[in-house]
Ligand binder design. Structure first.
Ligand code: PNS
Length: 160
């Protein structure tokens, strides 16, 4: 059984994340979508809220499980008996940081492989930060996040 972990902050999940989850679920027997707790100092959504949003938009994918983790990703990999880290790669600006993380994870756990999936062209410049910025000004999130979670984002930004 080939098990992968797709880690991230998911604050909030975007169409870019969903695309990678769908494609990874086609390749692997099981994919753990893994939310890093306290990933930034001031996340918009709590870990539980982020998990609920992910659940709502990934119900159609049977072989995934949504979990949260603290500490090192390689420790989660060992706990879940996962051998592959899935990362989505967008514009070239992602490369340097992702390269650094992949090499660090290899140093810490040589048995773990990092696999990069190229995002679709339409998601090339999409990020959770951009989504939050747009929501702050009440502009349309169509094409960026699924309709069923857009209201949650506007509401939460409005409370800030
Ligand atoms: O969605 P993000 O914020 O780009 O995800 C970053 C994430 C969660 C993949 C990364 O911060 C991470 O793996 N953090 C866990 C800490 C860790 O293992 N660090 C060592 C590798 S640099």
């Amino acid at each position: 059984m080939k098990i992968a972990v797709y880690p991230g902050s998911f604050d909030p999940i975007t169409n870019g994340h969903i695309d990678i989850i769908e494609r990874a679920a086609e390749v692997f027997d099981k994919v753990y979508v893994s939310i890093l707790k306290n990933s930034s100092k001031n996340p918009l959504f709590t870990t539980v809220e982020r998990q609920e949003l992910i659940e709502r938009v990934t119900r159609h994918i049977p072989n995934i499980e949504i979990v949260s983790f603290e500490g090192l990703l390689v420790d989660l990999m060992r706990e879940k008996k996962a051998t592959v880290i899935i990362k989505g790669l967008r514009a070239i600006s992602d490369f340097e940081y992702e390269f650094q993380m992949a090499l660090t994870n290899r140093q810490l756990a040589p048995e773990v492989e990092t696999l990069f999936m190229m995002t679709r062209a339409q998601n090339q410049y999409l990020s959770s930060s951009i989504v939050k910025e747009i929501a702050k000004f009440n502009a349309s999130l169509d094409g960026m996040v699924p309709p069923e979670i857009q209201e949650d984002i506007y509401r939460k930004i409005g409370q800030r």
